[in-house]
Design a protein. Structure first.
Lengths: 364, 306
């Protein structure tokens, strides 16, 4: 996908963050650089401890980088305290002020900015309407439900009209149904306010459905930045492919590289077309990934052959686990229909055909 | 066969009976040790002083009258007793200053401890409680050694050439104030620390995030949330300060009396038990007023901790 030109809202340049000192030193962020565009819904995705929250806290100003720069619209904000940055945060557990009402919470930021009372009042009313909390404006924050607290936290962070809104796993405390609702709500709010959102999550599905672009992080590094489509279909590294969705890993020899494409010769002898990850260095045994839904199971001969090991029914689809003749394992996802079963049984000898545009060669 | 209802009723009756039985020892002690003596003090305050101390069983309001007033020896006219008034004033003002200053020093101390890592916190709390291991009298005499004319402070200041004559701190109100701050500081630090430890520091971050500077975060977020601790600490310092006896006696000398010393004087050398009793009750009323203030404020801030 071509890079779209656009002004960057946040530019992180070579940022390191080291905690502790001497022997017990830990680099939470290891020289991270990323550019986040204006009006973008940008997600930092990774398992816990990957450094995503650390990066968010550096942008918010709660911690200061050990090295590197953080630019907000071109201005270095790394040395500024949090209360001097036009950036607001929605905290993981909301961190609403328990001694204030809903309206007081929402108005707090504006009040601290020294806005006139009338303006604060008008803006609070506007925010209450935006998050549909008008009826509860005089409640204490302890008297409202988790979902409502979430809305108040959003309204409180949006009220001062920040240039960038940071969201630290804001949906993780909500139950499944509420989380789905809030995902849609967040997208709506981002669209209506036109504010750049930086969203931190460990939930890959949440990241895929909500984001304009995703940065996948692991062990203090950003491994890949791209659209959800890029990240899912063209993972650059094994970690990215493995962390997002289910994937089959195959070993192959690569030949005929050019224009981001190559021919991959699998262990079965079959040769398939594949896209190649950026930064791929030619080597003997490269890893090729194929998503389970991009492969087809046949009773005849395919690109691969093997024996059905297990069949798992998932409602919308069925996962068929195959042990390949090369002893690698491979999963095929097959859409279900109402009338017929999946058509295969355990122990069946099967072939697997891989589509024309189904394989991606990883760089590691 | 007893019905389920009867069984439940019986169980409830037994529970109520057990509750009374269990609380009986405490109730008896409270009545005998607190209410009984208090009643005697109230009765004594309305009697006539005996010639060698004790009381004569004759009703009189002179004891109460003498708390604040005195009768002229020659023409029997009533006037305010300046000596008593100044003692009241000293007690209340010194207690007030002690409370304010222990708060001033105690708040940052508690904040410091609460922001340490959990393991180090225990060490700091332990250090704060160490003075409690030593007798109050010994701690007060230790303070005397620090501030007397040949004491630590004066010797050091003179050795450094900052002063030529020793500063007269002993036997002044300042000496009492020093002593009370030193003795009562832990009573301020501990309840504030207890509140501060429960404080969710993410709220502080949220405050900074929403453009509140350091002072505004302290005033608008930290202080309201730890108010119960501040009030509890203030009460714990103010009440014993008001009735302080040993500290003014040792550090204030004979002249700078507080209420506790005045009461002792009336029951001892003064041989005016009804007056002593009346002052005691007055002191108790002052303490109750302070407690009332506490109860009102503490209940008002319940929601803040919910």
């Amino acid at each position: 996908m071509p890079e779209q030109p656009g002004r960057s809202a946040i530019e992180v340049r070579g940022v390191r963050k080291v905690f502790g000192s001497g022997e017990s030193q830990v680099a939470a962020l290891d020289t991270v650089s990323v550019s986040i565009r204006e009006n973008e819904f940008f997600t930092l995705l990774g398992p816990s401890g990957c450094g995503k929250t650390t990066l968010l806290r550096l942008i918010a100003g709660f911690d200061f980088p050990s090295a590197g720069e953080i630019l907000l619209h071109g201005q270095d904000i790394a040395p500024l305290p949090p209360f001097k940055r036009p950036v607001n945060t929605v905290f993981q557990n909301y961190a609403l002020f328990p001694h204030m009402t809903v309206a007081e919470n929402i108005g707090f930021g504006l009040e601290m900015l020294g806005k006139p009372k009338a303006e604060v009042k008008a803006r609070v009313a506007e925010m209450l309407k935006l998050v549909k909390m008008e009826a509860l404006s005089n409640r204490r924050t302890s008297q409202i439900s988790g979902g409502q607290q979430q809305r108040v936290a959003l309204a409180r962070a949006l009220a001062p009209q920040p240039k960038v809104l940071l969201l630290d796993e804001p949906l993780s405390a909500l139950d499944f149904k509420l989380r789905k609702e809030m995902q849609i709500e967040l997208k709506r709010l981002q669209h209506e306010t036109g504010i750049t959102f930086i969203f931190v999550t460990h939930d890959q599905e949440e990241a895929l459905t909500m984001s304009d672009r995703i940065a996948v992080m692991s062990a203090g590094k950003i491994l890949q930045v791209g659209t959800p489509w890029d990240i899912y279909d063209k993972p650059a590294e094994r970690f990215v492919a493995d962390f997002i969705g289910e994937t089959n890993f195959l070993t192959a020899a690569i030949s005929g590289m050019g224009n981001g494409k190559a021919r991959a010769t699998l262990k079965s002898g079959a040769t398939i077309d594949a896209t190649v990850a950026e930064g791929f260095q030619p080597k003997d045994n490269a890893t090729v990934v194929v998503r389970p839904e991009h492969a087809k199971l046949t009773s005849g001969k395919g690109d691969l052959s093997g024996t059905v090991e297990n069949i798992v029914y998932f409602g919308t689809d069925t996962h068929i686990h195959v042990r390949l003749d090369s002893s690698e394992s491979f999963t095929v996802r097959q859409q279900n229909t109402r009338s017929a079963g999946c058509g295969f049984e355990r122990g069946d000898k099967v072939g697997i055909s891989i589509g024309n545009d189904a394989a991606q060669v990883l760089r590691d | 066969m007893a019905s389920a209802e009867q069984v439940a009723e019986e169980a409830e009756r037994r529970e109520i009976r057990d509750r009374w039985l269990l609380s009986a020892p405490a109730l008896i002690i409270i009545f005998l040790a607190a209410s009984g003596p208090l009643l005697i003090v109230v009765i004594y305050s309305f009697l006539t002083p005996g010639p060698y101390g004790d009381v004569v069983w004759k009703f009189s309001t002179d004891g109460w009258l003498s708390v604040l007033m005195q009768r002229d020896i020659f023409d029997d006219t009533l006037a305010f007793a300046d000596a008593h008034l100044s003692i009241f004033w000293r007690s209340i003002s010194l207690s007030f200053y002690t409370t304010v200053l222990t708060l001033f020093f105690g708040f940052p101390t508690a904040y410091f401890i609460a922001t340490r890592p959990p393991k180090t916190r225990e060490v700091w709390v332990f250090l704060v409680t160490i003075p409690f291991w030593t007798n109050l009298l010994i701690r007060t005499f230790a303070m005397q050694q620090v501030i007397r004319n040949e004491g630590l402070v004066n010797t050091a200041l003179m050795a450094l050439g900052i002063i030529k004559q020793p500063l007269q701190i002993m036997n002044t109100d300042a000496a009492i104030l020093f002593g009370m701050i030193y003795i009562y500081l832990p009573l301020m630090v501990l309840p504030i620390y207890a509140s501060m430890e429960k404080l969710d520091f993410r709220l502080v971050e949220a405050g900074y995030d929403l453009y509140a500077g350091r002072w505004q975060v302290l005033r608008r977020i930290i202080f309201p949330l730890i108010k119960p601790g501040v009030i509890a600490g203030s009460i714990l310092v103010f009440i014993p300060s008001l009735g302080a006896y040993v500290i003014p006696r040792v550090l204030g000398g004979g002249k700078n009396m507080m209420l506790g010393n005045l009461i002792e004087l009336q029951f001892g050398a003064g041989r005016n038990w009804p007056l002593g009793a009346a002052i005691s009750i007055t002191l108790m009323v002052l303490v109750m007023i302070a407690l009332l203030f506490y109860v009102r404020n503490a209940s008002g801030s319940q929601g803040a901790h919910g």
